[in-house]
Design a protein around this ligand. Sequence first.
Ligand SMILES: Cc1cc2nc3c(=O)[nH]c(=O)nc-3n(C[C@H](O)[C@H](O)[C@H](O)COP(=O)(O)O)c2cc1C
Length: 322
Amino acid sequence: MKTRITEMFGIKHPIIQGGMHFVGFAEMAAAVSNAGGLGIITGLTQRSPENLAREIARCKEMTSKPFGVNLTFLPSVNPPDYPGYIRVIVEAGIKIVETAGNNPQKWLPALKDAGIKIIHKCTSVRHSLKAETIGCDAVSVDGFECGGHPGEDDVPNFILLPRAADELKIPFVASGGMADGRSLVAALAMGADGMNMGTRFIATKEAPVHENVKQALVAASELDTRLIMRPLRNTERVLKNAAVERLLEKEKALGASIKFEDIFGEVAGVYPKIMKEGEMDAGAWSCGMVAGLTYDIPSVQELIERIMAQADDIIRGRLVRL
Ligand SMILES: Cc1cc2nc3c(=O)[nH]c(=O)nc-3n(C[C@H](O)[C@H](O)[C@H](O)COP(=O)(O)O)c2cc1C
């Protein structure tokens, strides 16, 4: 399948694996790129630019295909060494960066001067248009269903994607709730040039996370995610567990007076415990509603081939017959 996204990124299939904290290691990115999609290493999971340089080098040993790096720009008192991460990305010859979070404008010149294509992840049409205006090459349009941070507008993809298609000139991929060939065909029908998956890629053989995490995704239904940190205007969709229930109780009890410090224990530094140790109640971790469409743990190659075959069947079979 050829779309503006496969052409732009030099990939076989229009399927991207979005940056994921403590999941997007070299093993994950290489598996997706080797299967013909676009794998992405999560920059900030690496504690320093030097560590990111090593992770990129490891990924290059595992694949000769294009892969990208995610840079998430978060509001923070002590920001990470973004210039250092960008220097390492440029020096490593990375040609695709997925930006997310705050407006990446400040960082674009350094990236674009190095010939890097930028795909910015946005949860609204206005932010997508802004990304286009400041010179991003593509957008990942993340609907309300998504795992992680869906923003505060709560617009699901059935509205958000066609709205994005009506406004944008640059290509975009559909993100949030994407799981299979049906997702891909629907995304294309609504004007996207491909899709981005997060949660679904965690339930694969190669995902470098504890088996408990994969089993939790298979066991979960579409009813099992919760929105946390809404009162802090930093909404995150996570899988429900004991820590999330506790956090939501605090939100209810403290109301508008809640501060980040009140829920520190449930959200800060919990990813290694969950993703590496498999302690499923250690804290809140991002998870999309698509858990409900996650029935098995195939290899990444099997998953991507299945998606493409199902998309082909739908287009040439069901749709043509209709
Ligand atoms: C466990 C997990 C961690 C994530 N971490 C990040 C991150 O660090 N930066 C980022 O931009 N997006 C992050 N995301 C969001 C994904 O890149 C992607 O946009 C999202 O998962 C798409 O929705 P889906 O889960 O329904 O496929 C994360 C998602 C998950 C599930």
